[in-house]
Design a protein around this ligand. Sequence first.
Ligand code: C2E
Ligand code: MG
Ligand code: MG
Length: 777
Amino acid sequence: MKFLKRINGRTAIIVAGGLLTAYLALILTVTNLGQSKLEDSQRQSLSLKIRNYTDNLSFFFDASGQNLANLAANQATTTYFSNLAAGMSVKYGLGSSLFNLEQTIGGFMHSSKIDNLPIYKRVRVIGLGGTPIIDTGAGILPPPPLLPLKEMEKERQRIEITQTPEGLLINLLHTIYHQNKPVAVLAAEVNNDVLIYQLSIQEHKSSKSCLSLITPLGGIPVWNTLDDANTGQHSHAKMEGDAQLIYLEKVVKQTPFKLISWYEPVNDQDIFTSTWFIAAISLLAVPVLAGLLYLMRVYNANLVLQTQVRVSAQQQKHLADKNALLSEEIDKRIASEAELAYLATHDDLTGLANRAAGMVALQHAIDGARISGTLVLVVFLDLDNFKQVNDTVGHPAGDELLVQTAGRLQQAMRKTDTLARFGGDEFMLIIPELRSQDAAKVIAHGILSLFDEPFTHDSQEFFVSTSIGMSLYPKDGDTPANLLKKADTALYRAKESGRNGYSFYDSNMNQDLQRKLALNVRLHQALSNDELDIHYQPILDLQTGQIVAAEALVRWTDRELGFISPAEFIPLAEKNGLIHRLGDMVLQKACRQAAQWQPISPLTIAINFSSVQFRHSEQLQQRILQVLAETGLSPDKLEMEVTESIFIEQDACLINSLNHLKSVGVKLSIDDFGTGYSALSYLQRFSFSKLKIDRSFVNGMTDNKADLSLVNAMLAMAKSLNLRVVAEGIEEQEQADYLAGKGCEYGQGYLFSRPLCAADFTRLLQARQSTPKQLPA
Ligand code: C2E
Ligand code: MG
Ligand code: MG
């Protein structure tokens, strides 16, 4: 069953077709073989039949010859020819013996019959000269040709055939002997009908055949059922040309005759073995085969259909799978597009609108205000010293601070306001429909107060302030970019004026900015053209009044812009990176100058170093050593002034460099002490030689008690840390006295001397050498 199941319809149809074809081929082969066998056996039986016919004829002629021989030798014959030979006359005995012979021959004719058919038509006794002696027939008939005597003796009996208008005559001739000499011939004309009767008596009438007795002079048709209409030669010729017919030919022994015959093959007569029947059967196979072919086509079409259905099912499944994938992909894409859209408009850390979205919101606010005729306030915030928080407490704390800031700002704003983070520690607050500029001040104060509370990170509290810059639509501009730029300028101003405050944009600010841009360009040129100079301000021992050091202070007087304070251009140089070139120039010139002053006075040269210069501390250290070597200044005559800010980004490299410089004798002092980032722990970690109290404290100490107590505290702390103290910005004797009284070692300020050019300073030194060293009155 399994095997059957495995066979598909197509194979079954092919196998059935093959089997049918083989079956037909077998039938045709077997039928053909049967037919040829049938024909063979028919041919054999017909051959036997014809032989039987010839044997019968042969026997007939033999028996007839025998009868004639008997007649020729019987008494009546012998008596007649004896009487004839004895010369007996007709009247006397010959006549009666002739009569007797005639009677005998008549009796012979009469008795010679087969089935009532006379065997002979006419019997004659013919003398050797051809004269008839006895003739049973009527009418004159020429005698048959007689043989010469000698031959006659050899051949006593023979068959003579003669062609006559009535047809062929067959005569049996027998020579009559008397006293061993031929005397006459007995001629018996055979009845042809007897021959035909004898040959046809056994033949089945229904058989389709033709038989003829052939003599040397022509044929005698016996029967012809093949061609009823015609008989004779013409018919024979037709039959000879028919290869289908069975032809047989047999000689009749001891006669000049032969029998020829044509028989129709029995298989042609039998409908079931006939070629037509076989052909018809074979043709039957054609519709069967056509049916099979049709089935095959139907099957193939079915197969094609099935394949198409299967393929389309597969395609459908494939499509469905693809569709599912596609929808999944679309969902993902929609999600990622939504995420992208969110990311594109939002700040990742705080979830606030980002710069782009903030600008769009500002545009909306401007559009709204344009219609309603109201004001739009742009508040730009920047946390103070955010970088320091990041650097000292760490980035996670910085992030936390930003998130908390965002939270506080959001709490303070109205629903119609928009808060955006611009990256870093910058925020923008858009306040639409502002009533007046005074309302803006209230808002700014409110924002600043948000920073009164400490921020916490890891249960650690710290204070951070912010600076605010503000601009107003339509007064300061009517595009988002313009308004933001103005707010940024105002913010810059707020930062400059001490942080933790706010500032409105005014047109002067823009001029400041223009000046900054111009300074930037000019500073480049000034450095390249060596237009910068150095002034020196003496640092005195407050006890002895002696100049112990000179602070190198860079000076720049531009051809167009005039004198520019280092307090203005140093931060600029720090920003644009020129500080490295500038610092190197000051280092070289100041060291060279200090080396030149050494013979006059063994003073120390104090040089200011920006914290930016220490970003490449190792190169700086090498450069300092190189310059010292080049100028021949002793390292212990160099004092580096640095601000506390260098320790904000302190690393191992910086400490190593400073330690190395210290190890060769270079001194280090802290400049502007008390103004910057005061994490005093660094004072312990690195041993400074001096501490310089910022001039703002010295300046205020006479009027401001807080400043005074701070100065006292700084002096006490320095003492406990074993540091020498330089008080900057001493302008009044009172200040000098007080400080000296409090144990402050050194002083610097306009009271003693303003910063002087190198030549003036040289003169000052020389004058000091010649006059007693005392503090000015
Ligand atoms: P600083 O290092 O604290 O320098 C002292 C500043 O105080 C100088 O200002 C000096 O002219 C000023 N000064 C001295 N005595 C008095 C006084 O009695 N009253 C008043 N009101 N001011 C006094 P200057 O020269 O304008 O320098 C400002 C700052 O620029 C310096 O402060 C220093 O931080 C920086 N600076 C100057 N030259 C250089 C330099 O070559 N390199 C670097 N990195 N910074 C420099
Ligand atoms: Mg200084
Ligand atoms: Mg200073």
